[in-house]
Design a protein around this ligand. Structure first.
Ligand code: SF4
Ligand code: SF4
Length: 470
């Protein structure tokens, strides 16, 4: 029985409810009256339900697709402006006791080099990331309670926050580790993490169990209820995601929205971010083995619909996607992207000799190239990490975002952190056009007092001071 307030996975992600919505969506795919009403609600920019989203998801009417893109673009501009927050993943360890069929880190894969970074290696990797200009990381590990216990993750976070190379600093560490206990989530919170990210992979229980035949991840309920435990452990900001291509995308899309609705209803705050990864080739994994791959057209539709359904949730697109695809979805609602990513354990400080990558990267450009490209497209690359450091997390953050007031601080912080990047790490060409962009964009800070303060801080940045924030 569907119950969005329930703490049981099979009740807040009810298979019966998803199937009902899929039927409802299919039956109403050309129901113009209903579609019109859904758009009227969506125009309020407060989101739509999973049931309403199912109708738009099924509709193949060309004007509906265009209207969705247009609305997604306007929502994106209203809440996130033209800013794109940058981050990089850092793989700490690829030892894993699970057997996920789509991931080369599965325990029985003997072709791949197994590695775990020592604290000294972490210092080298993070120094290399700082020297590129990164300020925000997403830590990734396989699941191995013996080789990669929570104590190792906590020690690594402490090491990372302690590294200060020249003007560099990692100011926000997000963490993507296996589902764990409330007690361990509390420890992560105390270690000062930003967002806790865990991909569901698929919400379809049978497919989930088939794809995860062994190991702790086999337990669908334990995995699906992880975000509830994370929030019970005090983590305000959580990041959801499914791996598109594993199961029928319509099913998973509805499941994803139901998960977001559940967190908002039961925990008082929806997800901070949603990631939209698609299956990529990797050692021992051929996406051709999965018949549910989604086209670029469907992918862009999903991003636009996500933007409409959950306007207050950041959308993340990684380097799994090509430059071309990333370009398409930037205007449809994406608010964060990774740049210059290594998907191997190690790989930033030195090119790795043995392959330990989790998947093949599609966008292989340097961070400077990505920053330069964003500027050319009229976006502001932002290295901002201010909210979590200013205690603006969970529902406090959501209230600011919903009121539209966040624009003041986001725009100001984006321009100041971009200036730090331009001064410390950019190529001369990127620096020049970036400075012009900053000059143009200052006028778009809505609040006059904030604008004046930013001008003052920019002077400070030019004379060598760092880390101003609102
Ligand atoms: Fe391990 Fe995660 Fe890969 Fe599964 S997806 S095999 S849990 S690293
Ligand atoms: Fe994100 Fe907050 Fe910075 Fe805006 S001010 S970019 S919401 S961290």
């Amino acid at each position: 029985m569907y119950n969005m307030m329930s703490s049981k996975a099979e009740e807040f992600i009810s298979d019966e409810e998803i199937r009902r919505c899929l039927r409802y969506g299919e039956e109403n795919a050309e129901n113009r009256e209903l579609i019109g009403r859904i758009f009227e609600k969506a125009e309020l920019m407060k989101g739509i339900s999973h049931e309403e989203a199912a109708v738009l998801l099924h509709s193949e009417l060309p004007d509906v697709a265009e209207r969705m893109k247009d609305l997604a673009n306007r929502i994106k501009r209203r809440f996130y402006g033209n800013r794109i927050v940058m981050f990089a993943p850092l793989y700490l360890s690829n030892y894993c006791v699970n057997e996920c069929r789509y991931c080369p880190y599965h325990g029985s894969n003997k072709h791949i080099a197994r590695k775990q970074l020592s604290q000294e290696e972490i210092v080298r990797e993070v120094t290399a990331l700082q020297d590129m200009g990164h300020k925000r990381l997403a830590l990734e590990t396989g699941e191995d309670p013996e080789r990669c216990p929570i104590e190792y993750v906590l020690e690594s976070i402490k090491t990372i926050y302690g590294i200060k190379h020249q003007n560099g600093a990692i100011r926000r560490v997000n963490v993507n580790i296996a589902a764990t206990t409330v007690e361990n989530y509390r420890k992560l919170k105390e270690a000062g993490i930003g967002t806790y990210i865990l991909f569901q992979e698929t919400y379809h229980k049978e497919t989930y169990e088939y794809l995860h035949p062994k190991g702790p991840k086999h337990n669908y309920a334990y995995h699906t209820e992880a975000m509830d435990r994370a929030m019970d452990g005090g983590i305000d900001d959580v990041g959801l995601g499914v791996l598109f291509g594993l199961n029928l995308y319509k099913y998973d899309f509805i499941g994803l929205l139901m998960h977001a609705e559940h967190l908002e209803a039961a925990k008082g705050c929806g997800p901070h971010t949603i990631s939209v990864p698609r299956l990529r080739p990797a050692d021992d994994v051929d996406p051709g083995d999965y018949s549910n791959a989604i086209s670029d057209e469907i992918f862009t539709k999903l991003v636009a619909l996500l933007r409409i359904a959950v306007p207050y949730t950041g959308i993340i697109v990684s380097t799994r996607e090509s430059q071309k695809t990333r370009e398409k979805v930037l205007t449809l609602g994406v608010s964060q992207i990774s740049g210059a990513s290594s998907t191997s354990v190690g790989g930033y400080a030195e090119k790795e000799e043995e392959n330990s990558a989790q998947f093949e990267v599609n966008d292989t450009r340097t961070l400077d190239e990505v920053v330069s490209w964003l500027i050319d497209l009229g976006h502001i690359p932002s290295f901002c990490t201010a909210c979590y450091r200013e205690g603006r997390t969970g529902d406090r953050f959501m209230r600011l975002l919903k009121s539209g007031q966040i624009a003041n601080v986001c725009q100001a912080n984006a321009l100041m952190t971009l200036t730090e990047y331009l001064e410390d790490y950019a190529s001369p060409e990127t620096r020049e056009k970036g400075r012009a962009l900053v000059r143009d964009e200052i006028g778009r800070i809505p609040n006059e007092k904030v604008r004046a303060k930013v001008l003052e801080h920019l002077e400070g940045l030019h004379s060598g001071l760092r880390d101003f924030r609102f």
